[in-house]
Design a protein around this ligand. Structure first.
Ligand code: PAF
Length: 290
């Protein structure tokens, strides 16, 4: 595996593969890699001749890029590099902030995906998806991959990326990979390490609550608002501070009605100082009206 830091080197390397008619897959990450990321790499390997992984903690998608969450985001480059080498990655792109945003990122050209970016997590993290869409679009232009692979744990992010890829005509196939979970159901996330031992135990209730809501929907219950508010109550009683717990249409994240069959239940919640997100998808065959 080659590790490179400049866009010029990256372009040189991928253009050789492209000239040889070989397929390239991209897995963008912010590092601190866990089994969920390695599952993305594994999927990418099945899709292409060459896998490029980027590690870049993107300041533009943090609300406070000069401190707080951005500063404290775990950076574990050496360990990540070793994991990627062992996973058969061809190229690791690890740019510095100046390489990605030579003129800073405050007044830089940006990619906005209205509507889908402004709901759910977008309400609580207003500029987050602009930062995500902008950096992913930059990676698409730098790597020019045939496919790009993202986790379904960040379900809203996946839809934002699918939308701009289609609407800006990037010739990139977007592949979503199911969430990898710990034994007790907690979705793998770099942020899980912020949880205290006691919070980590309690965190399993998040997935259980999603599952309970899913079972109620599948059993045909029609009162979606009741399912949502019961789940929020369960989470509060378990010590969480939910931002939202909501049942949406899987394709556009609009509030689900009893007529919709492809659904996703999404939640974002605080547990102590840690913000956790998770979701669960389901199909159901019509429901009794509320
Ligand atoms: O999901 C992530 O890790 C990030 O949002 C991404 C897609 C790498 C963009 O910085």
């Amino acid at each position: 595996m080659q590790s490179i830091t400049t866009i010029a080197d990256l372009r040189r390397r991928v253009s050789l593969w492209r000239q040889a008619g070989e397929r390239i897959a991209l897995v963008p990450t912010m590092g601190n890699l866990h089994a969920g990321h390695l599952q993305l790499v594994e999927t990418a390997r099945r899709q292409a001749n060459h896998v490029v992984v980027s590690i870049f903690v993107n300041p533009m998608q943090f609300s406070d890029a000069s401190g707080g969450d951005f500063e404290h985001y775990p950076r574990t480059f050496e360990v990540d590099q070793k994991k990627l080498m062992e996973s058969g990655v061809d190229l690791l792109f690890f740019p510095a902030q100046e390489e990605m945003y030579p003129a800073g990122f405050k007044n830089v050209t940006r990619v906005m995906v209205p509507g889908i970016s402004d709901i759910l997590c977008g309400v609580f993290r207003p500029s987050h998806f602009v930062g995500v869409a902008t950096v992913v679009a930059k990676f698409f232009n730098m790597v020019q991959p045939d496919v790009a692979v993202f986790g379904e744990k960040d379900y809203q992010q996946l839809l934002v990326i699918r939308r701009f890829t289609e609407e800006l005509c990037f010739p990139v196939e977007i592949i979503g990979v199911p969430t990898v979970r710990e034994a007790d159901g907690l979705a793998m996330s770099s942020r899980n390490q912020y949880l205290s031992a006691e919070e980590r135990q309690r965190a399993a209730a998040l997935y259980r609550t999603l599952q309970t809501a899913k079972e109620r929907l599948i059993s045909g219950e029609g009162d979606i608002a009741a399912i949502e508010s019961d789940a929020e109550k369960t989470l509060r009683e378990a010590g969480f501070c939910p931002e939202y717990f909501t049942v949406c249409r899987a394709d556009d994240l609009q509030p689900a009605t009893t007529a919709d069959t492809a659904l996703v239940i999404l939640t974002a919640t605080w547990l102590g100082e840690t913000r956790l997100i998770d979701n669960i998808q389901l199909r159901r065959h019509g429901a009794a009206p509320a």
